[in-house]
Design a protein around this ligand. Structure first.
Ligand code: ATP
Length: 342
């Protein structure tokens, strides 16, 4: 059974002005998150990503539908039961949300103090977490004495204090520079792989999904327009929104502007061939063109590595007799994805 099951969930906020329209922030969302997943939720600003995670840890209540966490429908729980549920769900934020008046140690200890754990246990657990996030030497520092990356490490340690099974990361790297982002994503990967924590990552950056997530859901206007394994969505995006996100990180498919520039230099027909591991190889395809006496030149493209698997989009200029080109394209279609670019 999935660890988190989101079933036909809707969240409507009342109109903010009198006579205004209510806001359908989440509109009939279904999503299954399995234990051990790193699930990326991507969408533009206002798509409903933050609302969706706030529903998962019951910081907001649903308007309709159910959210089943570890077998329990959390939309039916009392406030007391919800407090217990939240101990099993950690959360980290874009702006870190640390207590500025507490030291690093004090910040990490906070959820354990709220849970009423004994002092000695808290001390031992905080020491363990400080080591885990590599901040043992900063235990007595205050947040404003730390870099952004260090603050987020404290955020992660605090979120893990109660040993949650789920970690929600809301734009956790959006305020960090690329190098620090890389480090924090590495730490989150360790959290997932070594501690077995299921992570839900909200982001508007596709490279965060690419480097961290195993599954992805693309949100637009409160709906999930596409979801699945990261490799599948990246190598074969179906919805226009997914195609836009994927094109920000995936090399290979020329934009309209690229095509215009290519046409100025090449007079042949263009096809884009998508290669995936397991399908026809590049040499299979090139041999086929060669056999038919069709000239081919690689004019645009690249090979991408996602989750240790490769796929490539190569755009070729083909020259030769039209009927021969048509026949080869038809034949190749059975073995590889090939689209004529017009
Ligand atoms: N408390 C609220 N009251 C009224 N409307 C809200 C509230 N919270 C969010 N909304 C609206 O719900 C929609 C979804 O917002 P949400 O913050 O979930 O989107 P998001 O995808 O996380 O965007 P961002 O990346 O900008 O945070 C938006 O139209 C937003 O204005």
């Amino acid at each position: 059974m999935p660890l988190v099951q989101i079933r036909d969930v809707t969240k409507v906020y009342p109109a903010s002005t009198r006579g205004g329209e209510p806001v359908r922030a989440i509109d009939g969302v279904d999503l299954d998150i399995e234990e051990g997943d790193v699930y990326g939720i991507i969408g533009y600003s206002g798509a409903g990503k933050s609302t969706l995670v706030r529903l998962v840890n019951a910081l907001e209540s649903t308007t309709s539908g159910s959210i089943i966490v570890d077998g329990t429908d959390i939309t039916t729980l009392s406030e007391r039961e919800l407090r217990k549920l939240r101990l099993g769900i950690g959360m980290i934020f874009q702006q870190f949300n640390l207590f500025s008046s507490r030291t690093v140690r004090g910040n990490i200890a906070y959820p354990l103090q709220v849970a009423g754990r004994p002092k000695a246990e808290i001390r031992a657990r905080v020491d363990e977490l400080l080591d885990f996030v590599g901040l043992a030497d900063k235990a007595s520092n205050y947040p404003d004495q730390l870099s952004g990356g260090q603050k987020q490490r404290v955020g992660i340690a605090r979120a893990l204090a109660t040993s949650p099974r789920i970690l929600l990361a809301d734009e956790a790297t959006s305020a960090l520079d690329p190098e620090t982002t890389h480090e924090v994503l590495g730490l989150l990967r360790t959290v997932n792989r070594e501690l077995g924590v299921t992570i839900i990552v909200i982001t508007h950056e596709m490279d965060v999904v690419q480097s961290l997530a195993t599954k992805v859901a693309v949100m637009e206007k409160g709906r999930v327009v596409e979801s699945g394994d990261v490799f599948d969505v990246f190598s074969r995006p179906q919805s226009p929104a997914s195609q836009r996100f994927v094109s920000t990180v995936v090399k290979g498919v020329p934009s309209d502007i690229d095509l215009e520039a290519l046409r100025a230099r090449h007079s042949g027909r263009f096809v884009t061939v998508t290669f995936r591991d397991g399908g026809a190889s590049q040499s299979d395809v090139f041999l086929e063109f060669g056999r038919e006496g069709i000239g081919f030149e690689l004019v645009y493209g690249g090979v991408n590595e996602i989750q240790g698997r490769a796929f490539g989009n190569l755009t070729l200029e083909l020259t030769g007799a039209d009927e021969r080109i048509d026949a080869v394209i038809d034949r190749l279609r059975e073995r590889v994805e090939i689209v004529e670019v017009v």
